[in-house]
Design a protein around this ligand. Structure first.
Ligand code: ATP
Ligand code: MG
Length: 218
C-alpha cells in the first residue's frame, strides 16, 4: 500500500462540545490505484483528505504513507511531506498570482526537486494550456485555472494525488474531460489517486469506490 489508514479518528471542537466526525477509518490505496471517495455532504471526506495530506492531525490511529506514520512527523517534516510526497488538488486552486501559468506548473516540481521540463511541456499541451503559458492566473477562466492546478500537481509526479472535488465547479463535459486527463496523466506519472466526488458517474471511471457514512468507510 502506498497509503494505509488504520482506525483514524477525528473530532472538531464546537460550541456544544466536541463532535466526532471520523470514527475509526480504515482505508488502503495501492501504488498507482485510483480510488473514488464518496459520501454525503458533511460526512467527513475533506476532513479525511486533509489528514492524509498532512494539513491536519488525526486524534488517534495511523496514517502510513509509503511506510512512514505521519503522526510521528514534526511540523517541518509535515511541510516536507506536503511538498515531496503528496499532491493536493482542491476546489480552491491556490495558484500563485504573481507567477505565469508555466511558472505555476513547475513550482511544486521545483520545490520537490523533480523539475523536468519535458514532462511539464507534455502536461501543458495535454491540458490545453499552451496558448496561456505566459498568462497570469487572474487572466484565466475557472476551468483553465483548475487545469493549471492539476498540471502543477502532476508535474511533481507525487506518489499519491489527493483531489477534493477538483471538477466540482466545471460543467459536466469539461469535468469529464479533466477527469479523463487526470486519470491518464496520473498513470503516466505513476501516481495513485484518491478522488472525492459526489458524482457516481465520475466515480465509476476509477478503479474502485469507497463510501464514507456514519464516520466509517462502508
Ligand atoms: N474546523 C471545523 N470545526 C468544526 N467543525 C468542522 C470543522 N471542519 C469541518 N467541520 C464539520 O465536520 C463535518 C465534516 O466536514 P467535511 O468538510 O469533512 O465534510 P465533507 O464530506 O467534505 O462535505 P462536503 O461534501 O460538503 O464537502 C461537517 O459537519 C463540518 O461542519
Ligand atoms: Mg468537502
Amino acid at each position: 500500500m502506498i497509503l494505509a489508514i488504520h482506525d483514524v479518528r477525528k473530532s472538531y471542537a464546537t460550541a456544544e462540545g466536541p463532535i466526532e466526525i471520523l470514527k475509526g477509518i480504515d482505508l488502503g490505496v495501492a501504488p498507482g490505484e485510483t480510488v473514488a471517495l464518496t459520501g454525503e455532504s458533511g460526512s467527513g471526506k475533506s476532513t479525511l483528505l486533509h489528514l492524509a495530506g498532512g494539513l491536519d492531525r488525526a486524534d488517534s490511529g495511523a496514517i502510513v504513507m509509503d511506510g512512514d506514520d505521519l503522526s510521528k512527523y514534526s511540523e517541518s517534516e509535515r511541510a516536507w511531506y506536503r511538498r515531496a510526497k503528496v499532491g493536493l488538488v482542491f476546489q480552491q486552486f491556490n495558484l500563485i498570482p504573481s507567477l505565469t501559468v508555466s511558472a505555476n506548473i513547475s513550482f511544486h516540481a521545483k520545490l520537490a526537486q523533480r523539475h523536468d521540463s519535458a514532462w511539464e511541456e507534455t502536461l501543458t499541451d495535454a491540458l490545453g494550456l499552451r496558448q496561456f503559458a505566459t498568462r497570469y492566473p487572474e487572466q484565466l477562466s475557472g476551468g483553465q485555472q483548475q487545469r493549471v492546478a492539476i498540471g502543477r500537481t502532476l508535474a511533481a509526479r507525487p506518489q499519491l494525488i489527493l483531489a477534493d472535488e477538483p471538477t466540482g465547479n466545471l460543467d459536466e463535459q469539461t469535468g469529464d474531460a479533466v477527469l479523463d486527463l487526470m486519470l491518464e496523466l496520473a498513470k503516466g506519472a505513476g501516481s495513485a489517486l484518491l478522488f472525492v466526488t459526489h458524482s457516481t458517474r465520475l466515480a465509476a471511471r476509477l478503479d474502485r469506490t469507497v463510501h464514507l457514512r456514519g464516520g466509517k468507510i462502508a
